[in-house]
Ligand binder design. Structure first.
Ligand code: CP3
Length: 349
């Protein structure tokens, strides 16, 4: 790894170094809580147009870096661009969220495009990555990402976000072979997509398995851990040394042992796990990311400060990337974000 890259705090933490101040970034750091994001999004017209507009997607990715000085930028895009590239219809309903054409039959899976046919559709995203690779300040690392197969499948099967992933579980129950065929298609496309992001300049990739927590028994391993392990392995084979962050949100006690099970350099923690527990049981396996509850970005104050210090101190004995436990919400106050970084980086006695 070149020296300049090795010096980036995020890459050092992901490589297993314990730093005096953990590098920090925030999920959804480019988002609606920022007036400059809302202005650029309005120029683009809507959210998906913004995702496919390399100049404006670059601009919104850089906005929180300029304003706050995070240690990492995450590509501005969405996990649902992959289903769209595979041939699904995708649109966003204001105030409600994503809608997709549903896929629940063998014919529906068979009609999806092959994994290596996604690149034309996703070319604007790769262009955004190239723009960012040339525009970021030297110490700031560039993170690419994709949804993990299970989470992406839950949206493709239901045609929308679901509180309990009911339609995906119904398909597992009624036609497991079709469900697994869909998962395999997503997995193959995800390897191609992330590999192209790395070729365009992403230095780290993150897999978001937002709905991993609801998988039970052997299905957690089969449908969350194993696909992420295979994707990680395939990417590392193509791009030796590539750091991978895996985020199986809601894993609870099953977070223990996941570095080894997935082969990931970093496991991202949601705010449902206690930092002291995770330091003893998860950080032993490698770098951890997390896990301040997002609501502190809304409420701020001394309760936020105390929580930041508690999390920082709990993870101070090993490699740690400071982050929220989930994405920042539109009602967050940007002042709290600035204060979060100031508290995190305060001189320690
Ligand atoms: O973290 C980042 O800043 C990078 C960009 C990013 C977005 N979405 C931008 C976005 C990332 C990594 C995602 C991941 C994503 N997208 C996930 C996994 C993580 C998670 O949050 O659980 C999921 C499930 C999605 C699908 C998705 N995209 C939903 C359910 C929604 C609607 C919910 C909402 O907040 O409105 C989106 C929209 C979306 N993706 C927005 C952003 C900034 C808001 C769009 C807007 O500007 O209106």
């Amino acid at each position: 790894m070149p020296d300049a890259a090795a010096a980036k705090p995020l890459l050092r933490a992901l490589a297993g170094e314990t730093l005096p101040v953990p590098p920090a970034w925030m999920m959804r750091q480019a988002g609606r809580y920022l007036p400059e994001y809302r202005a650029t999004r309005a120029e683009a017209g809507d959210f998906l147009s913004l995702c496919y507009d390399p100049e404006r997607a670059t601009e919104v990715t850089l906005q929180p870096i300029r304003r706050f000085g995070f240690d990492a930028a995450i590509l501005f895009a969405d996990i649902l661009l992959v289903p769209q590239a595979l041939g699904a219809d995708l649109w966003f309903v204001t105030g409600e969220g994503p809608r997709l054409s549903t896929i629940t039959t063998p014919a529906g899976v068979a009609a999806l495009k092959p994994a290596d046919a996604i690149h034309d559709h996703l070319a604007p995203v790769y262009q955004t990555v190239r723009n960012l690779a040339g525009a970021l300040p030297a110490p700031v690392a560039l993170i690419g990402f994709a949804g993990a197969p299970w989470t992406v499948a839950t949206y493709m099967i239901a045609g929308r976000g679901t509180p309990d992933q009911g339609p995906a579980y119904a398909l597992i129950r009624e036609d497991r072979a079709t469900f697994e065929a869909l998962l395999d298609r997503i997995e193959a496309a995800t390897v191609e997509y992330l590999s192209a992001q790395v070729e365009a300049g992403a230095e780290v990739v993150k897999l978001f398995d937002s709905w991993a927590g609801s998988l039970e028994g052997g299905d957690f391993r089969r449908y969350s851990v194993e696909p992420m392990r295979r994707i990680t392995q395939a990417l590392k084979r193509r791009h030796p040394g590539l750091p991978v962050i895996a985020f199986p949100r809601g894993a609870g006690a099953r977070y223990e042992g996941l570095h080894a099970a997935i082969g990931a350099d970093c496991i991202a923690l949601d705010d449902g796990v206690e930092a002291a527990w995770a330091a003893a049981h998860v950080q032993a396996g490698g770098c951890v990311q997390g896990n301040l509850a997002s609501r502190h970005m809304v409420t701020g104050g001394e309760a936020m400060d105390a929580e930041i210090r508690r999390i920082r101190d709990a993870f101070a004995g090993g490699p740690h990337v400071f982050n929220l436990g989930h994405g920042i919400t539109p009602d967050a106050d940007p002042e709290n974000v600035a204060r979060m970084l100031a508290v995190l980086r305060e001189q320690q006695t």
